[in-house]
Design a protein around this ligand. Structure first.
Ligand code: SAH
Length: 225
């Protein structure tokens, strides 16, 4: 009896070992299946979405442009703190695969998530389902600049494209590097909706220009690190 139990134990540990080995092999295979551009981001996948293994879906632009989860949580906390209102409406004007929209929804915001790319917005819907917050988000396929005059909300969140991963090599990232229009234009479209605007910009952004941008608001917006 004793012998049998020991054998079972051994079998279990062999199985666990095989499973672990398979797990590692599956991950190596998955890493080989992603493009060289994506690989670097794929290794960061749990920083991007902690529930990555539950079925998160991304496309190439989604990989390099999604806001990492902890940063998106900070953005959402900041929004909630700024608006003393139980269920503020946040408009995420460049929603991508949903990194920010999901965290706004998790903080009890009502979210309008806009993206011009219908396929990417499908990925955002999938990802919001994984976090169980799809019912708090209205997904709209469209061009922010065309939609802006008809949008209503308490906070506008702007995370426009930074022009791809090469943005890091720019020493002084001026606001005209932003896509699809320069930062001043994007900001002015947002101002027509609400004075409560959060704009997510890269670290290497030209700070002088950001200050000028903040002067477009009265009182000027705060610049935060
Ligand atoms: N914050 C997002 C990433 C945004 S990436 C996240 O965490 O997932 C920027 C997104 O802006 C891209 O998905 C791109 O398709 C979208 N976009 C570009 N031009 C746009 C426009 N004119 N209107 C709306 N979305 C646009």
């Amino acid at each position: 009896m004793k012998k049998k139990r020991m054998r079972n134990k051994k079998n279990i540990s062999v199985k666990a070992h095989k499973k672990r080995k398979h797990g590692i092999m599956d991950k190596e295979k998955a890493a080989q299946n992603v493009s060289p551009v994506v690989k670097k981001y794929w290794f960061q996948r749990y920083n991007l979405f902690s529930k990555y293994d539950k079925g998160i879906k991304m496309d190439e632009e989604g990989w390099y442009s999604v806001t990492p989860e902890q940063i998106a949580i900070r953005h959402a906390l900041r929004c909630v703190a700024a608006i003393a209102k139980p269920k503020p409406v946040v408009i995420d004007c460049f929603a991508g695969v949903g990194g920010n929209a999901i965290q706004f929804a998790r903080m009890c915001c009502s979210v309008v998530a806009i993206d011009i790319d219908p396929k990417r917005l499908e990925l955002a819907i999938n990802n919001a389902k994984i976090y169980g917050v799809q019912h708090c988000i209205d997904f709209i396929v469209g061009d922010f600049f065309q939609l802006a005059p008809s949008l209503k909300g308490d906070i506008v969140f702007l995370a426009p494209p930074w022009g791809g991963p090469s943005y890091k090599s720019i020493e002084n990232f001026t606001l005209d590097f932003l896509k699809p229009r320069d930062g001043f234009t994007i900001f002015q479209f947002a101002q027509a909706i609400t004075p409560n605007i959060i704009m997510f910009l890269p670290r290497n952004v030209d700070l002088q220009q950001v200050e000028e941008l903040s002067w477009l608001s009265s009182p000027p917006l705060e610049v935060e690190d």
